[in-house]
Design a binder for this molecule. Structure first.
Ligand SMILES: Cc1cc2nc3c(=O)[nH]c(=O)nc-3n(C[C@H](O)[C@H](O)[C@H](O)COP(=O)(O)OP(=O)(O)OC[C@H]3O[C@@H](n4cnc5c(N)ncnc54)[C@H](O)[C@@H]3O)c2cc1C
Length: 804
């Protein structure tokens, strides 16, 4: 065994082998893989080998498309067959809601360039005669669906990697991972120690154990999963062509041909987490005992859906474990707080996603950043809020929902509440309907007395529509109060703070008492953050940004932190409070403080420390509602006291609480973008309009070179706001935008702007097509809706209220 390698990949399943292959493909030859047994000794050997492109995140769907397209190349490079069967597949809809979902998926695929199409029950019966179409209202056909040989494919990755310079050491368990003073890692194995700058955890079923070797907990859990292989079936083997895949989400099953018989896999409700206390190192090439009782109900449904099964004998039952993260997407990328340690874990669909995971990780390790936004599978999307129990409950819920419709407004209930702020009880007493983000409860809206505290999951306007409308009007006509814990907040202090921030942020940092909006760019000039920076006192800054990106942003802040002179702390739950917004906001604030909060003394984009009631507060004159407003931050222990003060003073000013649904509606009236929708690492400041916050005169900030090029080359596409002629459904995001029948753009987000009484979409369009009044069409749930560009804010177009 070598004594040093540039990267050591731990685990020879399909994911580890793909990572190894991609590292060599992108130029690192001095890389090794260590496998405790033979290749494919974890989940990989007993996989059903199916692959597909559908994923709720468009970029992951694209990476799945990449994975499927890679297999031919892999066979050519390695000479090893992957056993490919490109048979296509149909996802069935047995009710209108599912059809809505498939229709929305198909619409999304149009701008992604995926060739899926909707099929009628009659067409389904023609494509796959062994399916009973009873109760089927339609389906979505994907020509890219298929299956392969899991072992052959894993060996093809491994062989191709070896041909390109990698080494693989089998039957050699990694025992310890020790970080040395010089920042490199000693990987201690049964056969000796190997030193490296980069470790990749591709430990699959043992990823938790490998994580523990570096002192981290990965939020993933194995679940048992069963599929049946039947004996020969006449209706199958008498055909000239292979049957396509069928997914019957209503029946919780997937199905494909296997030789002369069939494979039937089940995602059952009565499912079982496996390895609750960890995965034993002795677990090897063995299966778990079958448990047909657990799948009795879906089996019964399957016999109806595929009548030929009723007569077929069962040749084998495969029951094996594989790992999931709480949301079912992989955990990939550099682990925050552990330099040189990379994750490629929780890949629950290794044959759809393995190639994309390998490519992404190799780009990140070698080029410094992935080429597309992969937040949906970034290990940093979970931060450190997950406990083992939370993870297990969420993973189980996700498994149960594998084939369920996940609605855009849906809040899944398992393992909640996890984290709450002191105000939780206050909201609870006011009939709040809660949502959750980054493990923390937030209010979506307040149900009127006597009404159910539950928002019906739907693609259309929900039962909360009118209630949210009333909350928006309360803000715009009087004053609203809303919690601001839903931001990620960071304190940057020290004599070097200004210089440091001027390097990592694209705008110039504000002077004391002022607030600046700024993007943060990667070296390639794409957006990796969008922040409000308040310079509270000399050398002390508060930065607020997206709540879900806390670990993602801290990872970047820490990576660029100088050795001394600057301290960065995540204070998201230490500094909480409320925003008050609306025409009466100033009157409310002035009733609660002795500070002069007149517009002359405390103008827009100013920050000031003052006592509000008896709480020591930092007050920022900004509001994401786009109205006259203030964000009032206090130490967490003062939050309840602050609320009492504001509530009492607001009684005769029309003060009303509002939730996140209203907040997101209000921001649409100002075309304010939001993180991961309008702003994310797929877009540049020039494309989004955030270039107005890039300070090109600063000589040195990360991403400057790329930003200058982008400035000098006007972007081909740009964000625009459109007013949509919607009916009972507004856009959510990812809908295609058409001009004369051609897809020319896509929606990033939108919804109903209640105060303006308009349905709004924000999205990307070709720059030369954007002018006020330009007409387009947006496909919403299969209907073409007229949409007209309107880049003038619907509310307060001259910002007189916001700045006044
Ligand atoms: C019944 C079943 C059906 C499935 N069907 C499909 C399907 O149709 N399509 C699909 O895409 N996916 C399917 N899957 C999921 C698929 O199997 C996984 O996504 C995939 O195998 C994950 O691969 P991996 O490389 O991450 O992990 P694993 O296959 O678990 O590999 C991890 C490897 O790491 C090694 N290792 C761990 N720790 C160490 C250490 N300390 N030192 C050295 N080596 C170590 C292990 O020995 C193992 O070989 C199915 C899974 C099951 C259980």
């Amino acid at each position: 065994m070598k004594s040093h390698a540039r990267a050591v990949v731990i685990g020879g399943g399909v994911v580890g082998c793909s990572v190894l292959f991609h590292l060599t493909k992108l130029g690192w030859k001095d890389v090794v893989l260590i496998e405790r047994s033979e290749l494919t000794s974890g989940s990989t050997w007993h996989a059903a080998g199916g692959f597909h492109t559908i994923n709720s995140d468009p970029n992951i769907a694209k990476l799945q498309g990449y994975t499927i397209g890679l297999y031919k190349e892999l066979e050519e490079i390695s000479g090893q067959a992957c056993g490919l069967h490109h048979v296509g597949g149909v996802t069935l809809a047995t009710d209108q809601e599912r059809m809505d979902l498939l229709t929305a998926e198909r619409a999304k695929h149009r701008y992604m360039g995926l060739d899926t199409h909707l099929v009628s029950p009659k067409e389904i019966a023609e494509i796959c005669p062994v399916v009973s179409i009873e109760g089927v209202v339609g389906g979505l056909y994907d020509p890219l669906d298929g299956h392969l040989d899991p072992s052959g494919t894993t060996h093809a990755y491994a062989k191709a990697a070896k041909m390109q310079g990698a080494e693989i050491y089998l039957r050699n368990r990694v025992l310890e991972l020790n970080r040395k003073a010089d920042g490199t890692w000693d990987v201690v194995t049964e056969e000796g120690t190997i030193n490296t700058e980069n470790i990749v955890n591709a430990g699959g079923l043992w990823a938790r154990e490998v994580g523990a070797m570096v002192g981290v907990y990965h939020p993933l859990h194995p679940m048992e999963h069963q599929y049946l292989v039947t004996d020969d079936i006449k209706e199958v083997y008498e055909r000239d062509t292979e049957l396509p895949h069928i997914v019957d989400p209503g029946g919780e099953t997937y199905f494909r041909q296997e030789g002369r018989g069939l494979v039937l896999g089940i995602y059952e409700q009565d499912c079982d987490p496996w390895g609750v206390d960890g995965t034993s190192w002795d677990f090897g090439h063995e299966l778990l005992p079958d448990n047909l009782d657990r799948i009795a109900e879906p089996l019964e449904a399957a016999f109806k859906r595929y009548p030929c099964l009723a007569e077929a004998g069962i040749k084998t039952v495969i029951n094996g474990p594989f790992t999931f993260a709480p949301d079912g997407n992989p955990l990939v990328g550099p682990m925050p707080g552990v330099p040189g340690y990379w994750c490629a874990c929780a890949v629950m669909a290794g044959f759809s996603q393995g190639g994309g995971v390998g490519l992404t990780l190799a780009e990140w390790m070698i080029e410094g950043e992935p080429s597309t936004d992969v937040f949906a599978m970034d290990v940093a999307r979970y931060g450190d809020f997950c406990t083992n129990t939370y993870t297990r409950e969420k993973v189980k819920e996700n498994y149960q929902h594998r084939f369920s419709i996940v609605y855009p407004n849906e809040e899944l209930p398992a393992a909640r509440p996890l984290k709450t702020t002191p105000a939780y009880g206050i909201w609870d007493r006011q009939n709040a309907v809660f949502g959750s983000g980054y493990g923390l409860e937030h209010v979506n809206y307040f149900a009127p007395a006597g009404q159910e505290r539950y928002e019906t999951p739907t693609f259309r306007r929900s039962n909360a529509f009118d209630i949210v409308g009333a909350e928006c009007r309360a803000v715009r006509t009087a004053v609203g109060i809303n919690e601001i814990h839903n931001f990620g907040k960071y304190e940057v202090t020290g004599p070097g703070a200004e210089d440091y921030l001027n390097i990592i942020m694209a705008n110039r940092m504000p002077s004391v008492g002022r607030i600046t909006l700024t993007p943060m760019l990667s070296p390639s000039g794409v957006l990796i953050g969008d922040f409000t920076v308040s310079h509270i006192s000399q050398g002390r800054y508060q930065i607020t940004g997206s709540s879900t990106a806390q670990a993602y942003h801290m990872r970047w802040f820490e990576k660029h932190l100088p050795d001394h002179g600057v301290d960065v702390k995540n204070i998201s739950l230490d500094r909480i409070g409320f925003q008050i917004a609306g025409p009466n906001a100033r009157a409310l604030l002035s009733k609660t403080t002795r500070a002069d909060v007149s517009n002359e003394a405390f103008a827009f984009l100013r920050v000031q420390e003052m006592e509000v009631g008896n709480a020591p507060a930092t007050v920022c004159r900004v509001s994401y509602t786009g109205d006259l407003g203030y964000e009032i931050y206090v130490p967490a222990a003062y939050q309840v006291s602050l609320y009492e003060t504001l509530a009492e003073a607001g009684k005769d000013l029309g003060l009303k609480p509002f939730g996140m649904r209203a907040m997101m509606s209000l921001r649409l009236e100002k075309s304010f973008g939001s993180w991961l929708r309008e702003y994310k690492p797929d877009y540049t400041p020039a494309e989004t309009g955030l270039d107005r916050f890039v300070q090109f005169q600063k000589e040195n900030f990360i991403g400057r070179e790329a930003a200058v090029i982008a400035r000098d080359t006007p972007p081909k596409r740009h964000l625009a706001t459109l007013i949509v002629d919607a009916d009972d459904a507004d856009v959510w995001g990812d809908e295609p935008i058409f001009k004369n029948g051609d897809v020319v753009g896509f929606v990033t987000s939108g919804g109903y702007a209640h105060f303006a009484e308009k349905s709004v979409a924000i999205g990307f369009l070709p720059t030369d097509m954007i002018e006020d009044g330009a007409q387009f069409e947006i496909e919403i749930l299969g209907d073409m809706r007229s949409a007209i560009v309107n880049n003038t804010p619907l509310f307060d177009p001259n910002a007189e209220r916001m700045r006044g």
